[in-house]
Design a binder for this molecule. Structure first.
Ligand SMILES: [Zn+2]
Ligand SMILES: [Zn+2]
Length: 662
């Protein structure tokens, strides 16, 4: 009887593959059912004709579906497992949501015929960028373009024009967005132009819907696929173009599970495996990306001007050191009043939810803290006083608000600092005082957008729509209001506290500060009227704040690169963060020290730690980290053994190219 051996990758395992005997003629990419530890599991054939010889080999039970995953996509998954020091089993767990693996009868439907709506004429810089991208598309060659365009310079139109050409020639495009809920406008623009050929993947799809969509996309029903980071895994026939919008955004990084991939970098590799063109777009590229453009790894395309030569907003700093302890300075208040009186719109940004970040006792120095994380809890006001909460933003622990200080028993507790709820109150008071013309406004005049007001899907979109209608005058929010919004009536952006991110103990905190401030400032003056930005800060001289005021990315880049070079941080080195987590504090440190000693023996690696994580204790779990620094060309795959280390009552999280080091 015909027999051969095959290597099969099985989702949710710590190994890359298992080897089986089979009498079935199997090909790479087939979906099969195999026995594993007395259970039947789904797996993907990684290699037919395996030469591996092991005893007690079992037989493949059944072929479920042939050509389930195309070979080049499987190679991409393999690359991910190696690069992120993870396993193919772990990659498959993320790449293929569980219900996809069941047998599914896909009914072939004709793909939607290309149809394109009239589009505006591109500007000269836009058409220049489009031309260069499309030349690469035409030659089916792998090429990565960094589209660096200032806010309001029309990057989206470049994407649309390139996709248009790809569709006309019968190809397909994939567009990654930081999060669908945060970029409703991008989807809307694609849909307006390409109608039903566009499909989006979003997190609230049921498993069944997701599976249906996955097959429909794989079979080529759609021409343009838009989705968050996990969309990068989906097989797309005839893929010609991958777009990563806001490539600097941290939500492209998998934050919880292994492999801790960055979808931007995976997209670039996918372009390489599939010989297609990749566009990375941003007004504030990640330092590494701009560096890659500088050394010729990426092609740099620049859009230096806003569309129709609209001016950039004028940015004014308010030095909070010179102001009385007000959260909204008199300057900002006056400006808000002016804009309200002119019936224009304002965006107010504060990257902090809740009413006040601290509840303190000025008498004895008590600070209310989370019993699990030992970090200050945030006071969240509620409509009824009894339902007000103290909430830990790290582990989500919640408790009732106390009225008596638990330490000194006095009734002297105070709220310190301001979150979005408190600022909302202040803005409402300004609005009330002004007695605006009732015909020009609709209630509520002030809209708040943060994770508390937009918990469920669709709520953020609803708030954006209310603001777009024009009846609401002020949009107040956290980072959700900084991303890609395009409201032409916004003439004022107020930044309540520019320093929030700067205070994080991380080598990227300046970069993050520059990015967020530039992005939020870029929301002003996108329509006919010029925009103004007021930036409140205690550190007006800090370079990331200074250069965001000057709106000078190249200068910021030069300054930041100098610092990175001095400290040998990326792009001058490669970082790998190892985080050991466990309930027993002593064991966690012990295991961390063991790992430290193992890695220390390897050549060409500098090892730092073990150190307490900034969030040292989260939900009773202690967290300790070790930082590895290597040369950029270091073959870090040699460290893959770390993923299969057996630790005592601890887990090890391996983060290659971490975005946060604390
Ligand atoms: Zn007290
Ligand atoms: Zn906590």
């Amino acid at each position: 009887m015909f027999k051969m051996k095959v290597d099969v990758a099985i989702p949710n395992t710590k190994l890359d593959f298992f080897t089986y005997n089979t009498g079935i003629d199997l090909q790479v990419g087939d979906l099969v059912l195999v026995p594993l530890r007395n259970k039947l599991k789904y797996g993907v054939v990684l290699k037919a004709n395996s030469q591996r010889d092991i005893t007690g080999m079992k037989d493949v039970k059944e072929l479920i579906e042939s050509k389930f995953i195309p070979t080049n996509i499987l190679r991409l998954y393999e690359w991910m497992a190696d690069y992120y020091l993870s396993s193919l089993g772990e990659v498959l767990r993320l790449a293929l949501p569980s219900k996809i693996l069941k047998k599914y009868e896909y009914t072939q439907r004709p793909s939607i015929p290309p149809r394109i709506t009239e589009s505006p004429l591109p500007t000269y810089p836009q058409s220049n960028a489009i031309k260069r991208i499309l030349t690469a598309v035409k030659h089916d060659s792998f090429e990565t373009f960094l589209l660096y365009g200032i806010t309001g310079s029309g990057k989206t139109e470049v994407y649309l024009k390139c996709v248009e050409d790809v569709i006309e020639k019968g190809g397909r495009a994939l567009a990654l967005v930081p999060e669908i809920s945060m970029t409703p406008l991008l989807f809307k623009k694609f849909q307006e132009r390409f109608d039903k050929q566009v499909v989006t993947i979003h997190s609230s799809l049921t498993d069944k819907e997701r599976r249906k969509l996955w097959y429909a996309i794989k079979e080529g029903e759609y021409r343009v696929i838009i989705g968050p980071r996990s969309t990068v895994f989906i097989p797309v026939p005839g893929l010609k173009l991958i777009i990563v919008d806001e490539e600097h955004d941290h939500s492209y990084k998998e934050h919880e599970r292994m492999p801790r991939y960055n979808a931007r970098d995976v997209a670039v590799m996918r372009g390489k495996f599939e010989n297609c063109v990749v566009i990375l777009g941003s007004a504030t590229p990640q330092i590494e990306s701009y560096h890659n453009a500088g050394i010729g790894k990426y092609q740099l395309l620049t859009l230096k001007e806003r569309i129709d030569r609209k001016p950039m907003p004028e940015i004014e700093m308010v030095d909070l050191k010179k102001e009385s302890k007000k959260f909204i300075s008199p300057q900002l208040e006056t400006k808000i009043e002016e804009v309200l009186n002119k019936n224009e719109q304002t965006i107010i940004f504060l990257n902090r939810r809740g009413f006040a970040p601290n509840l303190i006792c000025p008498h004895c120095g008590f600070i209310a803290k989370c019993p699990y994380c030992h970090l200050p809890v945030v006071y969240h006001r509620a409509e009824r006083k009894e339902t007000a909460l103290l909430s830990c933003h790290t582990c989500n622990y919640k408790s009732r608000v106390m009225s008596i200080c638990p330490k000194c028993r006095r009734r002297t507790l105070l709220y310190r600092g301001a979150g979005t709820q408190r600022i909302e109150d202040m803005l409402n008071r300004i609005v009330e005082r002004l007695r605006l013309h009732p015909e020009q406004i609709s209630e509520p005049v002030v809209l708040r957008l943060d994770r508390d007001t937009a918990k469920r899907r669709g709520e953020a979109e609803k708030i954006f729509e209310m603001f777009e209608d024009g009846g609401a005058k002020v949009l107040l929010g956290t980072q959700l209001v900084t991303k890609g919004l395009d409201f032409p009536e916004v003439t004022l952006v107020g930044i309540v506290n520019a320093d929030v991110i700067l205070n994080l103990p991380d080598f990227r905190s300046s970069e993050r500060t520059f990015q967020i401030l530039t992005q939020v400032a870029g929301r002003a003056g996108r329509g006919a009227k010029p925009g103004k930005v007021l930036m409140q800060t205690y550190h007006p001289e800090q370079y990331s704040i200074l250069y965001s005021q000057l709106q000078d990315y190249p200068q910021f880049y030069a300054r930041e690169m100098k610092l990175r070079k001095d400290l040998q941080f990326p792009p001058f080195s490669k970082l790998i963060l190892l985080r050991v987590k466990g309930e027993n504090e002593a064991i966690v440190w012990n295991e961390a020290k063991k790992i430290f000693d193992i890695v220390k023996k390897r050549r060409n690696i500098r090892v730092f730690g073990p150190n307490r994580s900034f969030y040292y204790k989260v939900r009773k779990i202690y967290r300790v980290f070790i930082l590895l620094k290597t040369a950029k060309d270091f073959q870090h795959r040699r460290l893959k053994f770390l993923n299969s280390l057996r630790l005592k009552n601890c887990t090890l999280d391996i983060d290659v190219d971490p975005l946060e080091v604390f």
